[in-house]
Design a protein around this ligand. Structure first.
Ligand code: ADP
Ligand code: ZN
Length: 723
């Protein structure tokens, strides 16, 4: 049933794990917590049940802009969704209320403060409320990053509808917040489903910050006409950069908390509708962006923490197509922030801020896969395999070479000209240019004149920038960009220190490692223009009509009939009726003109029947008494795989018998105690921290084993207590 709705209404072929299980759990009326990263499809987990339930599903959502967006999307799919909130006119309010009372509404979106009004509770008690879906459920917890006091009362709220199942959704996975949600919402016999936090379509990269404005422009060159977000630290920088981009012919706009409400709303709207392509913003720009075709998130400054970096970059690529996350990183940034941190009077906050900064620097400076530090922060292990979607995996860092001699040439040339010139002039001297500026100043008589022929101008430029990044020189912006030698520069000049750097490129080597577009770009543009026209006509953002992914799919397979259009990602019955003919007409004309035929789709690779995953089979077999060794044989996998299957089974609400792990637990008793204590105190999902606390002496394999024993044992104790 749910699979059929997925295809017919939403136009999708497969559930994204753990959508299927979460939906089945809600349908069985088990209170359910779903933790999935932004953009992975949490909403679907209550939307599909709402279509199956006879009564109404109440969706609690913190922002009116979020609700509006969802309702637009539901309408485009032909699902009856309404809201009752303060932004409606009295007529609209009454119309919506009538619809609710006549039991036609499947999804009723409410802000918590509206939901809690007793008049409304009374009215709704006459309607069959079958499910209460709490969106952004981390708002309930003071431990979350976005606590909202109104959310606190939702536990009592649900008591008004004793027959309704409760489902909670969040993208914040810390164990403390999870426990808080379950407790506050008074889950009975609850189930939890946690998705992987790995966003496989995002390309992560870090670039040394040297000449940031130029770096932004160069980056944007590759993304002409596409949407993206640039995050800056300060409001002032947002305004400046946004102006600068507009002056350079880009479609950009600012967003930060210093702008008035109207300007903010308008800019956000323009962005949602593709009328502004680039949003330059502070972190105030975040929640409420449901735009799916954000192709890049560019961090001009260092974010606040790994967690915020993950959230902010998570806004890219929600349609599943490749998107890029670039962080500009200058070691100077970390120094600057550390300086501010050290001013914080409160010790706990200071320590925590330093901890965040340390984690970020580790991310920025790693030479391994970027996914590793990112995911381990969420307690998720990412194997050491090459992810193929980060700078270090695609372009493994190269050995550094010794550029001490070149740096010395550069520095002495600066010294001899009184440290009063910028890059160009120094390089001109080194390369023996006969420019007027040189001749006039007699710089062709210097001993450093014409001693740098071994590098091109561009290479010298790159080297100069690297010297600046590594702190050998600084640019004095007050005196026309003159370069000055630092303490460190003097050590290199005197030969006390060496200057190492990656080899210099011959030409411009920065490539764009973007998944090759296999679709027909011309047709894509035609379809995109059509989409924009339709969306503007209906006053909704373009992605409500079709996502980029749907258009790309059309421009790949050229569907010419209604049946084959239905095979397109995101095309369900309702959208077919609504928009099908107009898009088909464009595709048909295009194919006729170019003499292109419809392309057959490759056969689908199916998941196991019923969406059953191996971890469930493993969990069941284990509980039926099979030993870990036996399971390894039966499934033909390694012990580690069995353990991670069991962990996943547990995370999804399965119980595990405790005695199956004992035969394998051979570490000394005090190590075991230390492990259990660590799990208790910092949470069983923090593998890396537990590993660190034990001084790296216990292997990850053993930690995984003891963790399962710990969890199984603890559950047994709890059960015993509650009997
Ligand atoms: P979240 O609430 O988790 O941030 P959404 O629920 O807004 O994410 O979903 C993001 C996008 O992914 C939406 O366009 C949605 O229609 C799409 N989506 C959801 N589930 C699937 C699926 N199983 N297959 C393909 N696309 C999906
Ligand atoms: Zn990688």
């Amino acid at each position: 049933m749910e699979k059929k709705l997925l295809k017919e209404v939403f136009g999708y072929d497969e559930f994204n794990p753990p959508q299927g299980e979460a939906i089945r759990s809600i349908l069985k009326r088990r209170d359910t917590l779903v933790v999935m990263p932004t953009g992975s499809g949490k909403s679907l987990c209550y939307q599909i049940p709402s279509l199956i339930f006879e009564g109404t599903t109440v969706v609690i959502s913190p922002l009116i802009s979020l609700m509006k967006d969802q309702m637009d999307q539901m309408r485009a799919l032909g699902i009856e969704a309404r809201t009752l909130n303060s932004s409606l006119s009295p007529e609209e309010y009454n119309e919506n209320l009538d619809m609710v009372l006549s039991k036609k509404v499947k999804l009723l979106y409410l802000a918590p403060e509206t939901a809690l009004k007793w008049q409304l509770i009374e009215v709704l008690s006459g309607v069959k409320i079958e499910c209460i879906a709490v969106d952004e459920a981390h708002c309930i917890s003071e431990w979350g990053h976005d606590f909202r006091p109104e959310y606190r009362q939702l536990g009592e709220y649900r008591a008004n509808f004793p027959d309704a199942v409760c489902a909670a959704f969040t993208a914040t996975a810390t164990p403390r917040v999870r426990a808080d949600i379950v407790e506050r919402l008074a889950f009975k016999n609850g189930a939890e489903f946690i998705a992987s936090f790995n966003r496989t379509n995002l390309f992560y990269e870090v670039v040394q910050k040297s000449d940031p404005y130029r770096q932004v422009l160069e980056f944007l060159e590759d993304y002409r006409g596409e949407s993206g977000i640039i995050y800056c630290f300060s409001r002032k920088e947002v305004d400046r950069l946004s102006d600068y981009l507009v002056r350079n012919g880009f479609s950009a706009g600012p967003y930060h908390a210093g702008l008035d409400d109207d300007t903010r709303r308008i800019n956000q709207d323009l962005f949602a509708r593709d009328d502004i392509k680039i949003m330059v913003a502070t972190i105030a720009f975040g929640m409420g962006i449901h735009k799916t075709n954000v192709r890049f998130v560019f961090h001009y400054d260092l974010p606040k923490s790994i967690e915020s970096y993950y959230q902010e970059t998570g806004r890219a690529g929600r349609d599943g197509l490749p998107a890029k996350c670039r962080l500009l990183y200058g070691p100077g940034d970390a120094v600057k922030i550390r300086y501010f941190i050290n001013q914080i009077p409160d010790e706990i906050r200071r320590v925590s801020a330093n901890h965040h900064l340390g984690a970020l620097s580790a991310y920025a400076e790693t030479t391994g896969c970027r996914r590793h530090p990112l995911l381990s922060h969420f307690g998720e292990e990412h194997g050491s395999e090459n992810c193929g979607m980060c700078d270090n995996c695609v372009n493994p860092p190269v050995e550094e070479s010794d550029f001490t001699v070149q740096a010395q040439k550069f520095l002495s040339c600066m010294k001899r000209t009184g440290e009063s010139f910028g890059y160009s002039h120094i390089i001109d001297i080194l390369r023996g240019s006969e420019s007027q500026k040189i001749l006039e100043r007699n710089h062709h008589r210097l001993s450093t004149y014409n001693i740098g022929g071994e590098l091109t101008k561009k290479q010298w430029m790159a080297l100069g920038r690297r010297m600046s990044i590594k702190g050998l020189i600084v640019q004095d912006l007050d005196s026309f960009g003159a370069l000055k030698i630092t303490q460190k520069g003097y050590s290199v000049m005197k030969g006390d220190e060496r200057f190492l750097s990656a080899p210099l490129a011959e030409g411009n080597q920065e490539r764009r490692p973007r998944a090759a577009a296999v679709y027909d770009a011309k047709l894509f543009d035609l379809l995109r223009a059509k989409r924009k026209a339709l969306a503007d006509g209906e006053g909704v953002p373009p992605y409500v009509v079709f996502s980029d992914k749907s258009l790309a799919d059309m421009a790949t397979y050229f569907p010419l009939s209604r049946e084959s259009l239905l095979d397109v990602h995101g095309v369900g019955k309702n959208k077919l009726e609504r928009y099908g003919e107009e898009f088909l007409a464009i595709i048909r004309d295009y194919c006729l003109e170019k003499n292109i035929r419809e392309k057959p789709r490759p056969p689908k690779i199916r998941m196991k029947a019923d969406g059953e995953y191996r971890h469930q089979e493993v969990g069941r077999a284990y509980n039926e008494g099979m030993a870990i060794d036996g399971l390894m044989d039966r499934f033909g996998v390694m012990r580690q795989t069995i353990l991670s299957n069991l962990y996943r089974y547990y995370l999804e609400g399965g119980m595990l018998r405790a005695d199956g792990f004992e035969p394998l637990m051979v570490l000394p008793e005090n190590t075991k105690n230390a492990l259990f204590q660590a799990f208790e105190e910092i949470g069983a999902d923090r593998m890396k921290q537990v590993f660190d606390i034990l001084g790296g002496e216990v292997s990850y394999d053993d930690i995984a084993l003891y963790r399962l024993a710990f969890l199984a044992g603890r559950d047994r104790e709890r059960k015993a207590e509650s009997v």
